[in-house]
Design a protein around this ligand. Structure first.
Ligand SMILES: *Cc1c(COP(=O)(O)O)cnc(C)c1O
Length: 383
């Protein structure tokens, strides 16, 4: 019988019944740069840690297993993953990207990819007819769902079938839901990206990134690229991420439970204009989420009634930290306008609804009542 997701967070199927490495239950950290060879033309399977390292390989297998891919690549950050992936494209290629993406991805596309002659066209994938913007030069569609930070939901299977009928790749940044709640490859995507810094490692203490694929041709190109460009994740950081993944299931469940309570609490406050959480039935993407994901996650975006309230909330939070990032055990509140999305052109940001009254909450695993009390203090008592 196939192992379930929560079990797969803890155990690699091929390790079952294995007592390698003295039976160590925690996979060892192979802190080595290089590997000795028994003789000319022979190898242990490992030659040099830029190419591969046992700790990294173990983590990559776990992430590949969780996403249902044939291989995964562990990189030094989420941006290192997006950057490595972008090496698949060349001068004259075009990529269609959703306009509501992590700001760092937009910065990479508009500054680095552009320099290499790869053009990125931004559209609102949740509402635009994709067919109408595909050109003969289009090589890939790049999306996040739910999007960051506006939480628009894109139908992955429908998007994948359009991409495949035009022979173009569908790349999905699955950071917001993690493989515990959503598996884009199983819905037809070709490549999944993760900022492993977020839910996968889960403790706001490590930077990491992943590319996962189920296509052998892409796997082969990426193995060449990781060896050549050298941004593979260091052994100790691999171990930290692997340790984080062991509790992915319980962290995701607890954070989601808190998020539901907070979204409902915020929805009732007159000081809040709108609460965008895909688990609320009034969210336009609710039905698609139910179809393609096993949960709604723990990211909430909300708009307060005026900028003065933003200032007060960010000055008064104590338990919740005013910080960039998301997906960790500690709750964080982010101001996309000056933080994650500062490099998104202002007209695009405003068109997407990221006004100067929008805040993004990454709900952690603290006690639900403590979090609500903290928000009540910051919002109501200061309004
Ligand atoms: C944080 C983030 C990234 C970038 O990852 P880093 O690990 O910070 O480099 C990419 N995509 C999304 C959706 C993110 O939240």
């Amino acid at each position: 019988m196939a192992r379930k997701n929560d079990t797969l967070c803890l155990h690699l199927e091929e390790d079952e019944g294995d007592c390698r490495f003295y039976g160590a239950v925690s996979f060892p950290i192979f802190q080595t740069a290089t590997y000795a060879h028994p003789a000319l033309g022979q190898s242990t399977g490992f030659d040099y840690s830029r190419l591969q390292n046992p700790t990294r390989e173990h983590l990559e297998k776990i992430v590949a297993q969780l996403e249902g891919g044939i291989d995964a690549f562990a990189l030094s950050s989420g941006m290192a993953a997006v950057s490595l992936l972008s090496e698949l494209f060349e001068l004259g290629d075009e990529i269609i990207a959703d306009s509501d993406l992590y700001g760092g991805s937009i910065r990479l596309f508009d500054n680095v990819l552009k320099k290499h002659g790869v053009k990125v066209n931004y559209i609102d994938c949740y509402k635009t007819d994709l067919e109408s913007v595909i050109t003969p030069k289009t090589k890939a569609v790049y999306i996040e769902t739910p999007t960051n930070p506006m939480m628009n939901v894109i139908d992955i299977a429908a998007t994948a079938s359009i991409c495949h009928s035009h022979n173009i790749l569908l790349i999905v940044d699955n950071t917001f839901l993690s493989p515990y709640f959503q598996n884009p490859l199983k819905l037809g995507a070709d490549v999944v990206i993760h900022s492993g810094t977020k839910f996968l490692s889960g403790h706001n203490d490590t930077l990491a990134g992943f590319i996962v694929t189920n296509r052998a041709d892409i796997q082969e190109k990426l193995r060449f690229l990781i060896k050549t460009t050298g941004a593979g994740l260091a052994p100790f950081d691999c171990w930290l991420v692997e340790r984080g993944i062991k509790t992915l299931a319980i962290r995701m469940e607890k954070a989601q439970k808190n998020a539901f309570a907070i979204a409902e609490f915020l929805s009732k406050l007159p000081e809040i204009n709108r609460v965008i959480y895909p688990g609320l039935k009034n969210h336009p993407g609710y039905e698609i989420m139910k179809k393609q994901a096993r949960g709604f996650g723990s990211m909430i975006t909300f708009e307060v009634k005026n900028k003065a309230l933003v200032d007060k909330i960010l000055k008064n939070v104590r338990l919740i930290k005013f910080a960039e990032s998301l997906g960790g055990v500690e709750s964080l509140i982010t101001y996309p306008t000056t933080q994650t999305h500062a490099d998104v052109p202002e007209n695009v940001r405003l068109k997407n609804g990221i006004t100067d009254c929008v805040l993004r909450l990454s709900v952690g695993i603290e006690n639900e009542e403590d979090l609500i009390e903290e928000l009540r203090q910051c919002i109501i008592h200061n309004a």
